[in-house]
Ligand binder design. Structure first.
Ligand SMILES: NC(=O)c1ccc[n+]([C@@H]2O[C@H](COP(=O)([O-])OP(=O)(O)OC[C@H]3O[C@@H](n4cnc5c(N)ncnc54)[C@H](OP(=O)(O)O)[C@@H]3O)[C@@H](O)[C@H]2O)c1
Length: 291
């Protein structure tokens, strides 16, 4: 899809995409580079980021792509990344909180939080907070949180947010769903607290990436691989992030959840609970301050 006049007004606009070295994030980076953005991809490995920058330059013929080292499982790394971004750029037009992990056994982040909650949600919560001054410096900033249809199965268990109840009580799919519900609640609360920023979230579709091949048991990885022929191509997974980044239809729209067809959908009942959104925000502030 092409939005009229976008090239002329977009030449200097900057987008930061977490998890931009692989999967949906890299596909989104490619489309936005093709549309004339200055693209910063964030990730946890310099080698992978360098390789992705080279690939994106090769595929698009554009050199306006850079990388930012940011391990979302470490608050220290997130702070360093935000500081570095602030030194390199005076404003941020679009932040796409895309990075994600799926694991079916209990793992902890560098800061001791359950890994999926830490990477998929808490690291993005902190990164977004730290980048708010740069977003507020942009004339029409947007924040896009990549959630999932899995959020419909999610609950927020404040007694076990960070894996406190140990491996016996751990269910990887439930923890993933919780982290994705947290993405939707975060979006809602962001929109309430920062109404000038258009913050929305999305489900990208079931997309042919390696997410469930990286940190899972062999049988789960095998199942994911067998299912791949029936998944959407990776580039299609970029459709909704790109739509939320570029479309004039999203102007003035905030706190909403979109599906892979770019339709605004009602998220789960829990995701629409304003008190839960507020409580999660307050608990998250305490968690990121603890480290
Ligand atoms: N694929 C699907 O069907 C699907 C469906 C619904 C929602 N989603 C969501 O879509 C988003 C993108 O996932 P994907 O399918 O494109 O998976 P992917 O190909 O594995 O990409 C995930 C990205 O996140 C990065 N990442 C992982 N841990 C990180 C950390 N600690 N710090 C910084 N970056 C980290 C990965 O880096 P490495 O390359 O170093 O691992 C990678 O760049 C996720 O939020 C996921 O939950 C995907």
């Amino acid at each position: 899809m092409f939005y009229a006049n976008e090239l002329s007004c977009m030449r200097q606009r900057t987008v930061l995409i977490t998890g931009g070295n692989d999967g949906i994030g890299r596909a989104t980076a490619q489309v936005l580079l093709e549309r004339g953005f200055r693209v910063v991809i964030a990730g946890r490995s310099v080698e992978k980021l360098r390789a992705a920058v080279a690939m994106l330059q090769h595929r698009t013929g554009q050199d306006t792509v850079e990388y930012l080292l940011c391990d979302l499982s470490s608050n220290k790394s997130v702070h360093q990344a935000a500081d570095e971004f602030g030194q390199r750029f005076s404003q941020l037009d679009i932040l796409i909180n895309n990075a994600g992990v799926f694991t079916n056994e209990l793992r902890y982040s560098a800061d001791g939080f359950e890994l999926q909650f830490a990477v998929n949600y808490l690291g993005h919560f902190l990164l977004t907070q730290r980048l708010l001054p740069r977003l507020q410096a942009a004339p029409a900033a947007r924040i896009i949180n990549v959630s999932s249809v899995a959020h419909y199965h999610g609950t927020i268990d404040f007694d076990n947010l960070c894996g406190e109840q140990g491996p016996a009580a751990y269910d990887g799919l439930q923890a993933y769903a919780q982290s994705k519900l947290a993405n939707v609640l975060f979006t809602r609360e962001l929109a309430r607290r920062y109404p000038r920023i258009e913050s929305n979230c999305l489900h990208p579709g079931v997309v042919r990436t390696r997410i469930a091949n990286k940190n899972t048991h062999w049988y789960f990885s095998l199942l994911w691989t067998l299912y791949k022929p029936f998944m959407r191509p990776t580039r299609c997974g970029a459709s909704t992030p790109v739509y939320l980044a570029l479309s004039p239809e999203v102007k003035g729209v905030a706190g909403r959840y979109f599906d892979e067809l770019q339709c605004c959908r009602k998220p789960s009942e829990l995701a629409r609970d304003p008190e839960l959104a507020r409580e999660l925000w307050e608990v998250s502030e305490q968690l990121v301050d603890m480290v």
